[in-house]
Design a binder for this molecule. Structure first.
Ligand code: GLU
Length: 577
């Protein structure tokens, strides 16, 4: 704890040690445990050397955003790859913003992305020896430390009203001085004890402020885990530690909590850099060793060639729900976020294509310090790779679980045809150049829906998928009927394609697009039109994976019935379309 000489607090404070003690006792009559007592309750952790203790400190506002996941993934990696501890601490000091169920929501959202806490708040309450893990339940600890600071002459009650503070700001503006409560502007910094007592007697509301000993022309230096060496001017603001209702400010709560939870690395947004001198002074005032601060870059996106901050109002992709509802695979989200978090992740991935993500040596030193660029297109590419690297069975498991939650009706249809679903998802899988067209749950459902009779042709007129040179009518109908008559389900791809070509030639379609291009008047079209017709009849689409493979997967019966239905419809011509 701070010594008199070290803090200088006694010298600067006009109250005698006895007066300070009396004041502290009066301000915090119920605070009995001393800081030393809390040191014993929360002893240094017995962890292997190098183990990191990290925490996520979300406010329970009900909105779980990408920034939470981004920070959480970094915290989780640091803790778990070093044999340390990952804590969930709920920062619920702002009661007005709290939404019921927000903590469960957060835990659930992060669990979906594979992030699990070792310690902290859980749906069933506290887990761990360093709690409570909700700040509102830690009031006694904050009071004890505030009391200690008052005793040491490093904190004092301030009775200034809002109006007085506003007048102060005006005077400072008029004098061209920096705003704030500091130095000679700090009117209640040195109130005599008698006046303090009178005001307390009258029941005047008060806050507890730090008595800053900082000098603006003095600087301190620290090493940020991400930004490296930082030199900043000392704090001189007598900032608020406890508000009038006894609730701590972020500045005070974070210092007290991170100390007593024995956090070794604080990962937080760069918006906290500006007040880092506050936190630094508090650690010094308490003679506590500060953890390693790691200030992360804000998440940005590119819009019309300009980088801007992701915004809750404008960007649905800022909410984590967005990814779950759409059915992004958690592994894809994790892998993608690692590419944003650590500049050498992609290189590592190329060199270690099969290694589990947990093997990647994550480090704060490789985190960028300016604007982390979030790019949905890139996430989609990582997702495609993720699905391409899975087995069809794994992809089916994921899809069924996701659909079961978000599209239960669809999920039930798929679950009833599990083997078929797997065969569908297996198309183009494996080999050196696997297909990469599966991105996320909703997109996959859409992409594969035509395989399933209940959705085939749904939501659109398949006639629109017909090639222009084969509109609805007799020719198209006859082509389909002749195709069906000559088709042998067992034939291989070459034989099959040879037959499609011959069929087209018989009806005046060039065997190769090239021939048609050279002599368009000589043909009705080319073989691509014929396969386009088959594709429209079988899939209802203009584009699809390989048609021969699709037929193999759909099975003979389903194909024949679709071909027959299509021919019948085409014979009716376009007018009834
Ligand atoms: N509750 C703070 C926030 O939401 C946490 C900051 C920190 O991690 O220290 O920004």
């Amino acid at each position: 704890m701070a010594t008199e000489a070290k803090s200088g607090g006694y010298l600067a404070c006009r109250l005698s040690p006895g007066e300070r003690e009396a004041l502290a006792g009066r301000l915090f009559p119920h605070s009995e445990v001393t800081p030393a007592g809390y040191e014993a309750i929360y002893p240094p952790r017995a962890l292997p050397p190098g183990a990191m203790v990290t925490r996520l400190g979300p406010s329970p506002t009900g909105f779980v955003h990408l920034g939470n996941l981004y920070g959480a993934l970094a915290d989780e990696r640091l803790a778990h790859q070093s044999g340390g501890v990952f804590i969930l601490r709920v920062e619920d000091t702002d009661e007005k913003r709290e939404v019921p169920g927000a903590v469960e929501l957060l835990i659930d959202a992060l669990a979906y992305f594979g992030l699990r806490f070792d310690e902290g708040e859980t749906a069933q309450g506290d887990k761990g020896d360093y709690g409570p893990y909700r700040q509102r339940r830690r009031a006694a600890i904050y009071q004890a430390i505030a009391k200690y600071l008052v005793e040491r002459g490093r904190a004092y009650p301030c009775f200034c009203t809002e109006a007085e503070l506003a007048a102060l700001r005006e005077r400072q503006a008029a004098a061209g001085e920096n705003p704030g409560y500091y130095g000679s502007w700090a009117a209640h910094r040195d109130l005599p004890l008698t006046e303090i007592n009178e005001r307390l007697e009258r029941g005047e509301p008060f806050v507890i402020r730090l008595r800053s000993l900082g000098e603006p022309d003095r600087a301190f230096t620290l090493s940020d885990g991400i930004r490296g060496r930082l030199t900043m001017p000392e704090n001189r603001q007598d900032f608020v530690l406890l508000k009038a209702d006894g609730i701590p400010t972020y500045h005070f709560a974070h210092v007290v909590d991170d100390h007593f939870m024995r956090v070794t690395h604080i990962l937080r947004g760069e918006e906290w850099l500006a007040t880092l001198p506050y936190h630094w002074e508090l650690f010094q005032a308490l003679d506590w060793r500060p953890p390693v601060f790691c200030h992360t870059a804000v998440l940005m996106k590119m819009e019309d060639g300009v980088k801007r901050k992701l915004s809750k109002r404008k960007d649905p992709e800022l909410g984590l729900d967005y990814y779950r509802q759409l059915g992004y695979h958690p592994a894809a989200a994790r892998a993608y976020l690692l590419t944003v978090l650590n500049s050498h992740y992609e290189e590592w991935r190329l060199a270690n294509p099969l290694a589990p993500l947990e093997d990647f040596p994550f480090t704060t030193a490789k985190m960028g310090s300016s604007g982390a660029l979030f790019d949905l297109d890139k996430l989609r590419n990582v997702s495609k790779d993720t699905f391409a690297a899975m087995t069809a069975g794994e992809a089916a498991d994921f899809l069924l679980a996701w659909a079961g939650q978000w599209e239960p009706g669809t999920g039930a249809v798929l679950a009833a045809e599990r083997a078929y679903l797997e065969a569908v998802l297996n198309i183009g899988r494996g080999g050196d150049n696997p297909r990469k067209d599966l991105i996320y749950g909703r997109q996959i459902l859409d992409f594969i829906s035509f395989f399933f009779d209940p959705w085939f042709g749904a939501g659109g007129d398949w006639l629109a998928a017909l090639p222009e040179r084969l509109p609805p009518g007799e020719t198209a109908a006859v082509l389909l009927e002749e195709y069906a008559a000559g088709w042998d389900f067992a034939e291989d791809r070459q034989v099959w394609f040879g037959k499609v070509r011959e069929l087209g030639e018989r009806w005046g379609f060039a065997a190769r697009p090239k021939d048609y291009q050279k002599n368009p008047t000589q043909y009705k079209g080319h073989v691509g039109d014929v396969s386009g017709l088959l594709r429209a009849a079988l899939t209802g689409r203009r584009d699809s994976p390989d048609l021969w493979e699709i037929q193999r997967v759909m099975g003979e019966k389903r194909c024949r019935s679709r071909l027959a239905a299509a021919a019948a419809r085409l014979r009716q011509g376009p007018e009834q379309a």
